[in-house]
Design a protein around this ligand. Structure first.
Ligand code: GCU
Ligand code: CA
Length: 401
């Protein structure tokens, strides 16, 4: 019998619970796992509060940096660097953490211009990011974490972890509530190696059974995991911080350890806030187009079509928007090539950002780029202008939220 990926995942999940941790306590009665939409309740919306660019913000994106904090391999420093618009974490076999049975190159938190984001009890937070796990960064029989949530300070266990784990020999990526070892979701790692995957993660910070997590992994637009777990404890005693990088045990028994690295980009953090849900959409085909045409030959657009600009620097689409104040600008686009198609975004002629629009895999795969803008009072001209000879990506719409 041919098993579906989902059935296989369930079997692997069941196997793991016994093979990896035989002494699991019973799951809390309130707990439930289901594929579900966002944890965001009605009447709330996501406020984008952090969207660092490695190229622009560099290592200022983080609250803390643990680059070989034990000083085990000075010649290898820095192990964590901005590389173009990615963050690169390099792990060498000789690297050792303060406990020498493990290795750690990690960054923590969300630093902004004015401090850092504080995730507190009772709040709902979301982080999204793209992650590249090369085949050299393999799943192991002991822990290999690539993402954690923790409370500040040392000496406490993680709250939640995303790990690369061997389950009955197979490489998987999983997400767990660390105590008491509650599996949220798991999928095969091999198909996700050597490519950019997209993670969408939500955590409700709740004590006792008041917490919840949602973990979504997408591979080239296809959702490979969408798992939600509520009724869990996601609070230890202080605020919560996200943590990215490579933190792994040297106790692996599968021969999987080698020099490796991890890449991250397009990191975003959002907080759930009351109200909102009032995003205004402006279709590109209704905008002012310079050097381009409205077309509809690639499916998946909203409205009547999308704008295909000429492949020329200076081509643009301009929108007249009515909103003012601090806002989130969302740009929906597709780029069926592998070359970046950066655009400069101006408001009333003043540049507010130049952003990357890298390949989305196909002209029919639409992606959304979100970033904060502050709009002046009155109608404003928001213009997206191609900065290279490749022109703009195909543009579907913008939203002001
Ligand atoms: C193709 C595609 C267009 C796209 C163009 C480009 O022609 O069909 O939709 O705009 O490539 O490279 O810009
Ligand atoms: Ca074009």
């Amino acid at each position: 019998m041919e098993l579906t990926r989902r059935q296989l995942g369930m079997l692997l999940g069941a196997g793991a619970a016994t093979a990896v941790a035989p002494a699991l306590p019973a799951l809390p009665a309130l707990s439930s796992t289901r594929a579900a939409p966002s944890l965001l309740p009605p009447g709330m919306s996501w406020q984008l509060l952090w969207s660092p660019s490695a190229a622009v913000d560099g290592m200022r994106a983080w609250e803390t940096i643990e680059d070989d904090r034990a000083g085990s391999h000075p010649a290898g420093r820095p192990h964590i660097v901005p590389a173009g618009d990615d963050y690169r974490f390099t792990m060498h076999m000789v690297d050792r953490d303060s406990s020498t049975d493990r290795q750690r190159q990690e960054v923590t938190g969300n630093r902004t211009g004015s401090g850092y984001l504080q995730w507190r009890l009772g709040e709902l937070w979301r982080v999204t990011y793209s992650m590249y796990i090369p085949a050299t960064l393999k799943a192991t029989t002991t822990f290999t974490h690539v993402f954690q949530t923790k409370m500040p300070g040392t000496g406490t266990s993680p709250i939640t972890v995303t790990s690369l784990r061997r389950v009955n020999g197979a490489q998987t990526i999983e997400h767990k509530v660390f105590e008491p070892n509650i599996l949220v979701g798991r999928t095969d790692l091999a198909p996700l190696h050597n490519r950019w995957i997209d993670v969408d993660y939500e955590i409700r910070i709740g004590d006792g059974g008041a917490g919840g997590v949602r973990w979504v992994v997408r591979n080239g637009g296809a959702t490979v995991v969408d798992a939600t777990r509520t009724g869990v404890d996601t609070f230890l005693g202080d605020r919560v911080r996200p943590k990215w990088g490579i933190y792994r045990s040297l106790g692996d028994a599968s021969g999987s350890l080698q020099d490796c690295h991890l890449l991250l980009t397009r990191l975003r953090a959002y907080k759930a806030v009351p109200g909102g849900g009032t995003a205004t959409r402006y279709e590109a085909e209704n905008g002012k187009i310079s050097q381009g045409a409205v077309e509809s030959d690639h499916a998946g657009f909203t409205g009547a079509g999308f704008v295909n600009t000429d492949n020329a620097a200076g081509a643009y689409v301009e929108f007249t928007v009515r909103e003012s104040g601090p806002r989130t600008l969302r740009i929906r686009y597709a780029n069926g090539t592998t070359a970046d198609r950066p655009m400069r975004i101006t408001v009333n002629g003043a540049a507010v950002a130049t952003r990357s629009y890298t390949g989305t895999g196909a002209w029919t795969s639409w992606a959304t780029d979100s970033f904060p803008v502050t709009l002046p009072a009155g109608p404003s001209a928001v213009r997206l202008t191609a900065t290279t000879a490749n022109g703009c990506p195909n543009l579907d719409h913008i939203e002001v939220a």
